[in-house]
Design a protein around this ligand. Structure first.
Ligand SMILES: C[S@@+](CC[C@H](N)C(=O)[O-])C[C@H]1O[C@@H](n2cnc3c(N)ncnc32)[C@H](O)[C@@H]1O
Length: 113
């Protein structure tokens, strides 16, 4: 039987996710618990993707909020930049990059890249 998830990603489709926190298993998703800032974790992800270019990179990574706006925004933008860097290296031509960010002055500089 073909699940609705398989219908969306296709029989050969692959989804790989990373988070610092444990995530309950989701059928069809390859998950790595680790820090996206660590090279070995990124290498693990690239291995799972069989070093093939990807259609879509989505990042919803966000830091724990300290309440200090500038600090939180700087940390969020840094995670955005890491995700952007990953997307620039691993997206297919005309692939999509979707990222959540914190609106503010620093975001403007990221949008200019
Ligand atoms: C806004 S939450 C995402 C929530 C998730 N999309 C959901 O709907 O449940 C931000 C996530 O980014 C993760 N995160 C923050 N820094 C990270 C990092 N360096 N590497 C991997 N994940 C990170 C956090 O652990 C947290 O789960």
């Amino acid at each position: 039987m073909v699940s609705s998830f398989t219908k969306k990603i296709g029989l050969k489709g692959k989804v790989v996710g990373i988070d610092l926190l444990e995530v309950a298993p989701i059928k069809g998703i390859d998950f790595i618990q680790g820090d996206f800032m660590q090279e070995e974790i990124l290498n693990e992800m690239v291995d799972k993707l069989e070093n093939k270019p990807v259609d879509l990179v989505i990042s919803d990574m966000a830091p724990n909020i300290s309440g200090i706006k500038m600090v939180d925004q700087q940390k969020a933008i840094y995670l955005n930049e890491l995700a952007f860097d990953f997307a620039s290296k691993h997206l297919k031509q005309n692939g999509c990059f979707l990222v959540k960010s914190f609106v503010g002055k620093i975001l403007k500089s990221l949008l200019k890249i």
